[in-house]
Design a protein around this ligand. Structure first.
Ligand code: GAR
Length: 209
Protein backbone atom coordinates (compact mmCIF):
# COMPACT_ATOMS: atom_id res chain seq x y z
CA UNK A 1 0.00 0.00 0.00
CA UNK A 2 1.41 3.42 -0.90
CA UNK A 3 1.28 6.12 1.75
CA UNK A 4 -1.16 8.07 -0.42
CA UNK A 5 -3.69 5.34 0.19
CA UNK A 6 -3.40 5.35 3.99
CA UNK A 7 -7.09 5.16 4.87
CA UNK A 8 -8.41 7.30 7.70
CA UNK A 9 -11.84 7.70 9.28
CA UNK A 10 -12.98 10.99 10.80
CA UNK A 11 -15.42 11.19 13.71
CA UNK A 12 -17.40 14.40 14.08
CA UNK A 13 -20.35 15.78 16.02
CA UNK A 14 -20.92 19.19 14.48
CA UNK A 15 -19.58 21.89 12.20
CA UNK A 16 -16.71 19.83 10.83
CA UNK A 17 -14.29 22.63 9.95
CA UNK A 18 -11.35 20.42 10.98
CA UNK A 19 -12.71 17.67 8.72
CA UNK A 20 -12.82 20.26 5.93
CA UNK A 21 -9.21 21.20 6.63
CA UNK A 22 -8.18 17.54 6.29
CA UNK A 23 -10.18 17.12 3.08
CA UNK A 24 -8.66 20.29 1.59
CA UNK A 25 -5.14 19.30 2.62
CA UNK A 26 -5.50 15.81 1.13
CA UNK A 27 -6.83 17.32 -2.08
CA UNK A 28 -3.84 19.65 -2.26
CA UNK A 29 -1.58 16.62 -1.82
CA UNK A 30 -0.27 17.83 1.54
CA UNK A 31 -1.44 14.79 3.48
CA UNK A 32 -0.46 11.27 2.50
CA UNK A 33 -3.81 9.81 3.45
CA UNK A 34 -7.37 9.71 2.23
CA UNK A 35 -10.60 9.97 4.16
CA UNK A 36 -12.60 6.80 3.51
CA UNK A 37 -15.37 7.37 6.05
CA UNK A 38 -16.89 10.14 8.11
CA UNK A 39 -18.89 9.10 11.12
CA UNK A 40 -21.12 11.15 13.37
CA UNK A 41 -23.12 10.50 16.50
CA UNK A 42 -25.40 13.40 15.46
CA UNK A 43 -27.59 13.41 12.38
CA UNK A 44 -27.57 17.22 12.12
CA UNK A 45 -23.76 17.53 12.07
CA UNK A 46 -22.92 19.91 9.23
CA UNK A 47 -19.67 18.04 8.63
CA UNK A 48 -21.69 15.18 7.12
CA UNK A 49 -22.56 17.51 4.21
CA UNK A 50 -18.92 18.42 3.77
CA UNK A 51 -18.09 14.72 3.34
CA UNK A 52 -20.99 13.97 1.01
CA UNK A 53 -20.00 16.93 -1.19
CA UNK A 54 -16.74 15.10 -1.83
CA UNK A 55 -18.44 11.74 -2.37
CA UNK A 56 -17.10 10.36 0.90
CA UNK A 57 -19.37 7.94 2.78
CA UNK A 58 -20.90 9.74 5.77
CA UNK A 59 -22.66 7.53 8.28
CA UNK A 60 -24.59 8.47 11.42
CA UNK A 61 -24.93 6.40 14.58
CA UNK A 62 -27.57 8.16 16.69
CA UNK A 63 -27.39 7.43 20.38
CA UNK A 64 -31.10 6.49 20.54
CA UNK A 65 -30.50 3.51 18.22
CA UNK A 66 -28.32 1.78 20.84
CA UNK A 67 -28.90 0.62 24.38
CA UNK A 68 -25.55 1.95 25.57
CA UNK A 69 -22.84 4.32 24.37
CA UNK A 70 -20.52 1.33 24.37
CA UNK A 71 -22.76 -0.45 21.83
CA UNK A 72 -23.03 2.72 19.78
CA UNK A 73 -19.25 3.05 19.61
CA UNK A 74 -18.84 -0.67 18.89
CA UNK A 75 -21.03 -0.15 15.82
CA UNK A 76 -18.87 2.81 14.79
CA UNK A 77 -15.73 0.71 15.25
CA UNK A 78 -17.18 -2.10 13.11
CA UNK A 79 -17.99 0.36 10.33
CA UNK A 80 -14.50 1.86 10.45
CA UNK A 81 -12.89 -1.58 10.37
CA UNK A 82 -15.14 -2.68 7.51
CA UNK A 83 -13.79 0.24 5.50
CA UNK A 84 -10.18 -0.63 6.27
CA UNK A 85 -9.46 2.46 8.35
CA UNK A 86 -5.96 2.53 9.87
CA UNK A 87 -6.24 5.81 11.76
CA UNK A 88 -9.28 7.31 13.45
CA UNK A 89 -9.30 11.09 13.74
CA UNK A 90 -11.57 12.78 16.27
CA UNK A 91 -12.40 16.21 14.87
CA UNK A 92 -14.92 17.84 17.18
CA UNK A 93 -16.34 14.50 18.34
CA UNK A 94 -18.21 15.18 21.58
CA UNK A 95 -18.29 11.72 23.17
CA UNK A 96 -15.75 10.22 25.51
CA UNK A 97 -14.12 7.35 23.64
CA UNK A 98 -14.72 4.01 25.35
CA UNK A 99 -13.08 0.62 25.21
CA UNK A 100 -14.96 -0.57 22.12
CA UNK A 101 -13.20 1.97 19.91
CA UNK A 102 -9.94 1.94 21.87
CA UNK A 103 -9.56 -1.83 21.59
CA UNK A 104 -10.45 -1.84 17.89
CA UNK A 105 -7.87 0.84 17.11
CA UNK A 106 -5.00 0.49 19.58
CA UNK A 107 -2.69 3.54 19.41
CA UNK A 108 -4.52 4.58 16.26
CA UNK A 109 -7.00 7.21 17.46
CA UNK A 110 -6.02 10.88 17.61
CA UNK A 111 -7.89 13.96 18.79
CA UNK A 112 -7.56 17.71 18.40
CA UNK A 113 -8.23 19.82 21.48
CA UNK A 114 -8.38 23.63 21.67
CA UNK A 115 -5.88 24.20 24.49
CA UNK A 116 -2.29 23.47 25.36
CA UNK A 117 -2.83 20.20 27.21
CA UNK A 118 -2.62 19.26 30.01
CA UNK A 119 -4.16 22.68 30.70
CA UNK A 120 -7.91 22.94 30.25
CA UNK A 121 -8.54 19.34 29.22
CA UNK A 122 -11.59 17.24 29.89
CA UNK A 123 -14.30 19.57 28.70
CA UNK A 124 -15.90 21.23 25.72
CA UNK A 125 -15.14 24.86 26.68
CA UNK A 126 -11.37 24.96 26.85
CA UNK A 127 -11.13 28.43 25.28
CA UNK A 128 -13.57 29.90 27.83
CA UNK A 129 -11.63 28.23 30.67
CA UNK A 130 -8.34 29.63 29.36
CA UNK A 131 -9.78 33.15 29.27
CA UNK A 132 -11.35 32.80 32.72
CA UNK A 133 -8.05 31.59 34.12
CA UNK A 134 -6.22 34.56 32.66
CA UNK A 135 -3.52 32.69 30.77
CA UNK A 136 -1.45 34.74 28.33
CA UNK A 137 -0.82 31.88 25.92
CA UNK A 138 -3.18 29.10 24.89
CA UNK A 139 -3.30 27.04 21.71
CA UNK A 140 -4.18 23.60 20.48
CA UNK A 141 -2.98 20.04 20.88
CA UNK A 142 -3.16 16.91 18.75
CA UNK A 143 -2.74 13.81 20.90
CA UNK A 144 -3.28 10.09 20.93
CA UNK A 145 -6.50 9.06 22.60
CA UNK A 146 -6.23 6.89 25.68
CA UNK A 147 -8.64 5.82 28.38
CA UNK A 148 -8.05 9.07 30.29
CA UNK A 149 -9.77 11.99 28.61
CA UNK A 150 -7.42 14.45 26.85
CA UNK A 151 -4.43 12.82 28.54
CA UNK A 152 -2.83 10.62 25.86
CA UNK A 153 0.66 11.22 24.43
CA UNK A 154 1.00 14.58 22.71
CA UNK A 155 1.89 14.55 19.01
CA UNK A 156 1.89 18.26 18.10
CA UNK A 157 1.04 21.55 19.79
CA UNK A 158 0.77 25.13 18.61
CA UNK A 159 0.69 28.21 20.81
CA UNK A 160 -1.71 31.11 20.35
CA UNK A 161 -1.30 34.40 22.21
CA UNK A 162 -4.23 35.55 24.31
CA UNK A 163 -5.00 39.25 23.76
CA UNK A 164 -6.41 41.63 26.35
CA UNK A 165 -9.53 42.27 24.25
CA UNK A 166 -10.16 38.62 23.40
CA UNK A 167 -13.63 37.16 23.70
CA UNK A 168 -14.32 33.44 23.75
CA UNK A 169 -15.23 33.75 20.07
CA UNK A 170 -12.16 35.69 18.94
CA UNK A 171 -9.77 33.40 20.82
CA UNK A 172 -11.59 30.28 19.56
CA UNK A 173 -11.32 31.53 15.98
CA UNK A 174 -7.58 32.10 16.20
CA UNK A 175 -7.04 28.71 17.85
CA UNK A 176 -9.25 27.04 15.24
CA UNK A 177 -7.14 28.49 12.43
CA UNK A 178 -4.10 26.80 14.01
CA UNK A 179 -6.02 23.52 14.49
CA UNK A 180 -6.71 23.51 10.76
CA UNK A 181 -2.97 23.34 10.06
CA UNK A 182 -1.95 21.15 12.99
CA UNK A 183 -4.40 18.28 12.55
CA UNK A 184 -3.67 17.56 8.86
CA UNK A 185 0.05 17.77 9.68
CA UNK A 186 -0.33 15.14 12.43
CA UNK A 187 -2.28 12.87 10.09
CA UNK A 188 0.43 13.21 7.46
CA UNK A 189 3.19 12.35 9.94
CA UNK A 190 1.36 9.21 11.07
CA UNK A 191 0.49 8.18 7.51
CA UNK A 192 4.18 8.47 6.62
CA UNK A 193 5.10 6.31 9.62
CA UNK A 194 7.18 9.09 11.14
CA UNK A 195 5.55 8.97 14.57
CA UNK A 196 6.81 6.73 17.37
CA UNK A 197 5.45 6.61 20.91
CA UNK A 198 7.83 6.01 23.81
CA UNK A 199 5.91 6.06 27.05
CA UNK A 200 4.39 9.51 27.27
CA UNK A 201 6.67 10.99 24.63
CA UNK A 202 5.96 11.06 20.92
CA UNK A 203 9.06 11.12 18.75
CA UNK A 204 8.87 12.40 15.19
CA UNK A 205 11.38 11.04 12.71
CA UNK A 206 13.02 13.55 10.38
CA UNK A 207 11.74 13.82 6.84
CA UNK A 208 13.72 11.44 4.58
CA UNK A 209 12.54 13.02 1.30
C1 GAR B 1 -12.61 22.31 17.62
O1 GAR B 1 -12.21 23.54 18.16
C2 GAR B 1 -12.02 21.17 18.43
O2 GAR B 1 -10.72 21.43 18.90
C3 GAR B 1 -12.99 21.10 19.57
O3 GAR B 1 -14.25 21.25 18.97
C4 GAR B 1 -14.11 22.08 17.82
C5 GAR B 1 -14.73 21.37 16.63
O4 GAR B 1 -14.80 22.24 15.52
N1 GAR B 1 -12.87 19.85 20.26
C6 GAR B 1 -12.96 19.74 21.58
O5 GAR B 1 -13.19 20.68 22.33
C7 GAR B 1 -12.74 18.32 22.10
N2 GAR B 1 -12.68 18.32 23.52
P1 GAR B 1 -15.10 21.67 14.07
O6 GAR B 1 -16.34 20.77 14.18
O7 GAR B 1 -15.38 22.89 13.24
O8 GAR B 1 -13.90 20.91 13.61
Amino acid sequence: MTVEQFPIGVLISGRGSNLQAILDATERGEVAARVVAVISNREDAFGLERARCRGIPAVTFPRRDYATRQEQQAAMAAELQRRGVRLVVLAGFDQVVGTALLRSFPNAIINVHPSLLPAFGGGLHAQREALDHGVKVSGCTVHFVSQDVDAGPIILQAAVEVRDDDTEESLSNRILAREHRLLPRAVDLIARNRVRVEGRRVLIAPNQD
